[in-house]
Design a protein around this ligand. Structure first.
Ligand code: ADP
Length: 853
């Protein structure tokens, strides 16, 4: 590739287009000759030679640890089937159904017990097809890759159950289970790449519990990664499964997931996955925050609703303007055309009409777009990760701006599924090579460097775009998540962001795919997608289902030399969404500071509740698994995005404060959490009794009734006068024995702690002078913390597992056996006023208090 061609060379202003066209033609001819003379066997031999070269000189089994770089040559199979059936896919039934499964294991795809033994050996080279799936398609393929070619070696030389999509498997020195950073948190499966197996396999009695349910779109690379890592593939009708890779489903169906099942989606992500929703959500933020901050999605009109306004804009932009017309929820370039005449717009069905980016950045006069992979592991709090590799997909005809060529889809669209049909399309199989019509992102950055372009500002703008796009739909997605996902364990989402760079290298968001293709029919795809799939699974962490008897668990841990672990299997408590009264009370209290970051940064970390600890250890454990992904939200400065959230979220504030304090000294943060985990604070969940008590939706004090100053400066110890708290709430189940707090049988702080099995909720309250390291609970025990209650002055209600905060009356209130609902929840119920005698300070929950009694 001629580096000079990389700097903006518009065909209209450049003379090199013919050169590039010529190059392309030559390459096509060469390519044709190559295909005419090289038989697949020769190709295979060539690649196998590569594979051999990549092994250690000693000739011994290659040992590979995690973190092999994308560019590193790894043994990989030659996809024997060069044909890509992407465009032929229809939603037909999983081919699995046609297989006969062993009678005594109805659900099992194959007898993986045998495969356990096979995993201990390096398999021999087999001639297999990695994929017939959609390569680089930005859409869900409708069918999974051919399983025949994947696991059931039916070819003459293949051994049954030998994993057969490729060349030799290399042994990974990584253990098959990965420890959590924290005590009393189970390990997770350590996923290996498609061509690896762990040197120490998982014991068979563990593996029989690891079930991966196939779907019609499960890509071969996923099948390989999960089976190499210990899972058994199951029919799609199987109900006892732990993981799956499937299509997006309607939100209510997420309710069917149990707390041990994990799926590659979240409810409601169609809010950015559909082109019309994407625009609507984006447009809301653009209207509120202005074009300065939201100018990365081309102006879009959703017809028929926007027909009139489109007409006006159309006339204003004039006849030279170009538009692109798309169906709102299709993919792979289906139904897309570039137009410049009003009568070219179909009027009969819903459509997206979007401003066409007519001056794209070109490389050798050819348009291209980027496929960027983004992982969201949690919506509330928001945790977003960006993958450092991706795909660059070129159009197959050189670009020009003539109106006469608007109909040339090979010039204007960059979809692989379109361009593969072009006679000028040149495949590229080498992830390090810059030829043909598909590159890796790494190759593009290299190319940029060679032509003097710094890719960092481009990458930074892409990060910004990703964060803003996801936040734009956060408010629509959160209620769907809350209503339909029972556990934090169950979901995650891998997005494919399609990005176009314009002539000024400004990134434009073209669309977001909620089922990006992981199909890999070429080594280049495999080099990007195998480490991607592996890392996604490692970050989201799959646990061993909690179905193994304690005795067997101990035996398994012993076999794996992990006897020191207290637990092997998934602990659902770690992922519970239930909040205790103390959790809720703290959250309500902190929400009053949502608009004032300085006011919550320190206090929110002073006393970590069990729920806080759970959120923080999940975030830290995820963080510890990052290799090619990097976390882009939260970071130390991601709070600048808070203004785009429609409602502030407590857990975003918590993670913001955590990053602020420990972002530069993670070890101290991890140490602090570990102290709490050793005390099992994180597995302390509300009792069934406590769960019924819901004060989570009580309004926290607002500035006009209880100022930040009141709350932050107040401590129980410093206040003597009995004050009256007015609480506006709606009673749900006021228990007959309800009595104001002062009438309850009281305990001291220390006795409550003792009864809870907690020597301290978190006695090492932060020493604000020492930000680098949290004091150890052991060190600080006995010392009085600045905001800690002297135990003889603390009153905590009996029958309450709330951690005693030195906080305001929400906590005191929550100590009572009352159920409350917010006003928003149910406006039909009458309000009552409850006057509580508090031995602390004044507190009101609502500015619009009912009449005083
Ligand atoms: P699909 O989901 O069918 O792939 P896209 O919105 O991704 O639809 O559009 C297909 C292709 O059309 C993109 O890959 C890109 O090359 C081109 N394209 C889409 N929108 C624009 C636009 N606004 N300006 C320029 N090119 C565009």
């Amino acid at each position: 590739m001629d580096p000079k061609g990389g700097v903006q060379e518009h065909p209209s202003s450049s003379s090199s287009s013919s050169t590039w066209a010529g190059q392309l033609q030559k390459a096509v001819n060469l390519n044709k000759r190559h295909h005419a003379h090289v038989d697949p066997g020769q190709d295979d031999t060539y690649l196998m030679a590569n594979a051999v070269n990549s092994e250690p000189d000693s000739g011994e089994m290659a040992l590979s640890g995690r973190g092999a770089t994308l560019g590193a040559k790894k043994p990989r199979e030659m996809p024997m089937d060069e044909e890509d059936n992407d465009s032929d896919y229809t939603d037909f039934e999983d081919e699995l159904d046609e297989f006969t499964v062993p009678g005594d294991m109805d659900d099992y795809l194959d007898d993986m017990d045998e495969a356990v033994d096979d995993d201990q050996q390096s398999t021999t080279s087999t001639k297999t097809t990695m994929s017939t799936g959609s390569v680089g398609s930005n859409t869900p393929s409708l069918v999974g890759e051919n399983l025949e070619n994947f696991s059931l070696g039916e070819g003459g030389n293949e051994t049954k159950n030998r994993i057969g999509i490729g060349g030799p498997l290399v042994k990974s020195t990584e253990p098959p289970l990965k420890r959590s950073l924290f005590s009393h948190v189970p390990p997770s499966i350590n996923f290996v790449h498609h061509n690896e197996v762990p040197e120490t396999p998982l014991p068979a009695d563990l593996r029989k519990n690891l079930r991966w349910k196939l779907s019609t779109i499960t890509p071969a690379v996923v099948k390989k990664v999960v089976t190499n890592s210990g899972f058994r593939l199951m029919r799609k009708t199987c109900s006892e499964w732990g993981g799956t890779w499937g299509k997006h489903m309607k939100s209510p169906l997420f309710k069917d997931l149990n707390e041990t099942q994990k799926i590659n989606h979240f409810p409601g992500t169609f809010n950015i996955g559909r082109k019309d929703r994407l625009w609507k959500n984006y447009h809301k933020l653009r209207s509120k925050h202005g074009k300065g901050e939201f100018s990365f999605l081309p102006r879009t009109f959703c017809l028929p609703a926007d027909t009139k306004i489109l007409r006006k804009v159309w006339e204003k932009r004039g006849i030279k303007a170009k538009w692109i017309v798309k169906p709102p929820a299709m993919a792979r370039g289906t139904g897309i055309k570039v137009v410049n005449k009003w009568n070219q717009i179909p009027k009969t069905r819903p459509l997206i009409v979007q401003r066409y980016i007519a001056r794209p950045h070109l490389i050798n006069n050819t348009k291209y777009d980027l496929r960027i992979y983004v992982l969201m592991t949690s919506l509330n709090p928001l945790r977003i990760y960006l993958y450092d590799e991706g795909l660059v997909r070129f159009a197959s005809n050189v670009y020009n701006t003539d109106s006469s060529s608007l109909a040339d889809v090979f010039m204007h669209l960059t979809n692989y599924s379109i361009n593969k049909n072009s006679t000028t399309y040149i495949p590229n199989e080498d992830s390090e090579a810059r030829h043909g019509h598909k590159w890796t992102l790494g190759s593009l950055w290299q190319y940029f460097a060679e032509v003097g372009i710094d890719h960092k500002p481009v990458w930074d703008r892409i990060k910004d775009m990703v964060i803003k796009t996801i936040i734009s739909a956060e408010h629509s997605m959160t209620p769907l998540n809350r209503a339909n996902l029972s556990s934090h364990y169950c979901g995650y989402e891998l997005f494919g962001f399609d990005v176009l760079l314009d002539a000024d290298l400004k990134p434009w968001l073209i669309e977001v795919n909620i089922s990006p293709s992981l199909h890999s029919s070429s080594p280049l795809d495999l080099d990007v997608k195998s480490p991607l799939a592996t890392e996604v699974f490692n970050i989201v962490r799959y646990h061993v289902p909690n179905k193994i008897p304690a005795k067997s668990q101990r035996a398994i841990l012993k076999k794996l030399h992990m006897e020191d672990l207290s637990t092997l299997c998934l602990e659902p408590k770690l992922y519970t969404r239930d909040l205790s009264k103390a959790d809720k009370a703290k959250q309500n209290r902190m929400m009053a500071f949502a608009e004032d970051r300085d006011a919550y940064l320190d206090p929110i970390l002073e006393r970590l509740t069990p729920d806080d600890v759970r959120y923080l250890i999940r975030a830290e454990d995820e963080f510890a698994h990052l290799t090619h992904f990097s976390r882009i939200f939260p970071t130390q400065d991601s709070h600048k995005y808070f203004k785009y959230f429609q409602s502030p979220r407590y857990h975003n504030m918590l993670l913001d404060a955590w990053e602020h304090k420990y972002g530069d000294c993670r070890v101290a943060g991890i140490d602090r959490l570990e102290q709490l985990c050793q005390e099992k604070v994180h597995i302390k969940v509300p009792s069934a009794n406590n769960k019924q008590i819901d004060v989570s939706v009580l309004k926290g004090p607002t500035s006009d009734v209880a100022t930040t100053k009141d709350l932050t400066e107040t401590s129980f110890a410093g206040l003597k006068a009995t004050k009256r708290a007015s609480v506006v709430a709606k009673p749900l189940n006021v228990k007959p024995n309800f009595c104001p707090i002062s009438l309850g049988r009281s305990k001291t702080l220390s006795s409550v702690q003792k009864s809870l099995g907690l020597s301290s909720p978190e006695p090492m309250s932060m020493d604000s002078d020492d930000k680098s390291r949290s004091p150890s609970p052991r060190e600080s025990r006995g010392k009085s913390c600045p905001n800690e209650l002297p135990s003889n002055q603390t009153t905590v209600m009996d029958n309450n597992d709330a951690l005693p905060f030195n906080g305001p009356a929400t906590e005191a209130l929550s100590s009572n056996n009352l159920n409350y609902r917010s006003r928003e929840d149910d406006n039909t119920k009458p309000c009552i006023r409850i006057d509580l005698e508090l031995s602390s300070f004044q507190f009101k929950t609502s500015p619009s208090s009912p009449p005083t009694s």
